[in-house]
Ligand binder design. Sequence first.
Ligand code: KIV
Length: 273
Amino acid sequence: MSTYTPQDNRKVTTRRLAEMKAAGEKIAMLTAYDYSMARLIDEAGMDVILVGDSAANVMVGYQTTLPMTLDNMIYHAKCVTNGVKRALVVCDMPFGTYQGNSLEALASAVRIMKESNAEAVKIEGGEEIIDSVRRILSAGIPVMGHLGLTPQSINKFGTYNVRAKEAAEAAKLKSDARLLEEAGCFAIVLEKVPATLAAEVAAELTIPVIGIGAGGGCDGQVLVMHDMLGINSNFKPKFLRRYAELGEAIENAVGNYINDVKSSDFPNENEQY
Ligand code: KIV
């Protein structure tokens, strides 16, 4: 049973997130990739569920997010929306489906909205992809930005270290954040940037800034579900708080089941017809 009860049971919308920011109410966001987990996360009272392209790492076992396709993301987003009643569902646009050509970006976003029932898309980058952001927004599709560590650019960065520690990169991030807000994005994710920088961006923008490894000055927080539940148990970055040790619990449960089968303890007389 959930230990949290939302004050407002209505469906979460982008407008509601704006009201939350204005009221100083923090926004909780978590990733999900399948029906059963999305249903549980929604019932626990989550505000936003992100169908992240981190599915590449935690669902498929790829080293980076780059191989995810539009069809992959639509499949995961459809599974998630089938289980969600209250949370706003945002779907990541995968690498190669929005950079460079805004018409292609629009076509990709339209497919996500039509085929998955997601309610918004998330895109990595600032000035470089602003035409795509504007084109998608022009079709009435809400866009969430993503700045700082943008994992789809890992081959350019070379590491997953903290971004925007230097003044020039911090200034570019601030100007990109303003650009995304002016274009009409409803929120921005800031990943792995110094807490002071994230707090400054959150204070300057009127749209919600959701942080991951970006400190407590953001308007909300997002984590990858497998990380915070301890399923991805070897991943222990400084910013991560673990709320369960499900990896250990699953291995124990499965080990007990194997033992019971091997010892003919399972099934017993009450577990058969
Ligand atoms: O793909 C993802 O899970 C994300 C979050 C880390 C914000 O983009």
